[in-house]
Write a protein that binds this ligand. Sequence first.
Ligand code: ADP
Ligand code: MG
Length: 254
Amino acid sequence: MIRVRGLRVLLGGATVLDGVDLSVAPGEWVTVIGPNGAGKSTLLRALTGAVPYTGSVGLDPGVEVTALRRRERARRMATVAQSPAVPPGMTVREYVLLGRTPYVPPLGRESAADLAVADEEIAALDLVTFADRPMTTLSGGERQRAFLARALAQRAPLLLLDEPTSALDIGHQQDVLDLVDRLRRDRGLTVVATMHDLSIAGEYADRMVLLAAGRVAAVGTPAEVLTESLLATHYRARVRVLPGEHGPLVVPVR
Ligand code: ADP
Ligand code: MG
C-alpha cells in the first residue's frame, strides 16, 4: 500500500526525518510512536506529499505520491491532521461534506449521494445531534469526531490519523478506535496513525514504528516495540510493561 524508502525531510534548515524506511501492507494498521518532536507528524505529512522530501514515498501500483494530482491523492488517502483548522461559520454537516470535495465536479455541487455519505459518517461518529451546530461550538472531543467524519466521508482506502484520540476522554478514545478498526475490516481500510497513549496504541496496531530524532529506532509488533528498555532509551521514561489481553500495557512508575 505504501513503500517509503530513504525518506529525508528538511524543515527550516534542520533534518527532521532521515533515512526512514517503512512498508505498510493493505489492510494493515501501523501506529507511529515516539517522543515529542521525533518527526511523527512530519512523517504523516510526507506520506501525503504535503512536505518536500528526498527519497521515495511509493503508493500502489508503484506511483510516487507527489506524481498524483491533488484530487486523485484525496481519493486515495484521507488525513486527520494533529490540529486541523476549523473553518468559521461552518456547521458540522457542511464540514463533513468537505470530505466529498474530491468527488464534486469542478464548478459543480455535491450530489444527493454525497449528502448521504456525509450523513452516514455523521451517524457513525455519533454526531447526529450536533449536525446543524456551528463547528466552533463543539467541545474538543466532539470536534475531533467531526474531523474523523470528514476524513471518512472521503471514502479513501488509506486513512492517516495524527493523534486522533488526544482530545478524547477514555470512553470516546475506545469508541473511535473500535470504529476505525471495524471500518478497517468492513471497508478494507489501511490505517497509519500516530498516538501518544502507548498501551492503547499497542492494543489496536498490527505493527508499531518507534521514531526518535527523525529516525526509525524500532519497528515490529507492539510486544517487540513496547519494551521497558526501548521506552527508557528513547522517551527517558520509567515504565513497567505488563502483559495485556490485546497487547502490552505500559504503566509509568514514579
Ligand atoms: P512530532 O509530531 O513527533 O511531535 P513533528 O513532526 O511535528 O514531531 O516535528 C519534528 C521536528 O521538526 C520538531 O523538532 C519540530 O520543531 C520540527 N519542525 C516541524 N515543522 C517545522 C518547520 N516548518 N520548520 C522548522 N522545524 C520544523
Ligand atoms: Mg505530532
